[in-house]
Design a protein around this ligand. Structure first.
Ligand code: CA
Length: 237
């Protein structure tokens, strides 16, 4: 699970940040001042940093981070109430990776933080998302709307493979080959059994699946979560 540190002196804003980032499946440590955040930063994957802080300003702290040998690569999203272009530019030039102007929407916040995390780890995909489904490759955890799925290792591998290649259809033979490995002795029914299990974990209705679709005569595919899904979901709630 990716770890996001938040430094924001206003309690209400801090709570909002924590709430939305945790709901997005991230681990969050939130602090009031830059000094309090010191220890947590060593283990952080990204930092959400308020510009206007009492004592040391966010900008000054960012300058320090960029000169620190261990923290210089930490992705930073600056939060600012300042919409003035000159100040945004100053933040970016000092080394912020992105900035967000208050007030911001939850969706925008989460999208920006996820983009930071992705850019920071281009080689090993730590997180994959498909709608409410989040997969953390590093920790081998999958969640739906932040609720953790209790998967076996093989179920997790199958789910990860299909999610990583969402939209593509794979035959049972291909899945055996790619997920189980060429020397696996079981048959194609193994794949069907695992898909059935996964559907039950995902709460997926086989006749109208949100995630795992059976493509007749071909195999299985992870559906790409799109606007249609979201509209259907909104109507249903
Ligand atoms: Ca502030």
């Amino acid at each position: 699970m990716s770890h996001v540190v938040v430094i924001e002196d206003e309690g209400t804003v801090r709570d909002v940040l924590r709430f939305h980032l945790e709901r997005a499946g991230l681990r969050v440590s939130a602090f009031e001042t830059t000094r309090d955040a010191g220890e947590a930063l060593k283990d952080a994957d990204a930092l959400v940093l308020d510009w206007m802080l009492p004592g040391e300003s966010g900008l000054s702290f960012l300058r320090y981070l960029r000169s620190d040998s261990e923290l210089r690569r930490l992705p930073v999203l600056m939060l600012t109430a300042r919409a003035a272009e000159a100040e945004r530019v100053e933040g970016l030039e000092t080394g912020a990776d992105d900035y967000l102007t208050k007030p911001f929407s939850a969706a925008e916040l989460v999208a920006r933080v996820r983009a930071l995390l992705r850019r920071a780890q281009p080689d090993t995909p730590q997180n994959m998302a498909n709608g409410p489904l989040l997969i953390n490759v590093g920790s081998a955890e999958a969640t739906i709307n932040t609720k953790q799925l209790n998967l076996t290792r093989r179920e997790f591998d199958l789910l990860s493979f299909l999610t990583q290649n969402a939209g593509r259809v794979y035959s049972r033979t291909e899945l055996l080959d790619r997920v189980w490995g060429a020397d696996f002795l079981g048959g194609e029914r193994t794949v069907d059994q695992h898909i059935t299990q996964l559907r039950s974990h995902l709460g997926d209705d086989p006749s109208k699946p949100s995630f795992l679709e059976t493509v007749r005569g071909k195999g299985y595919r992870m559906r790409v979560w799109n606007t249609e899904h979201r509209e259907a979901e909104t109507l249903a709630t």
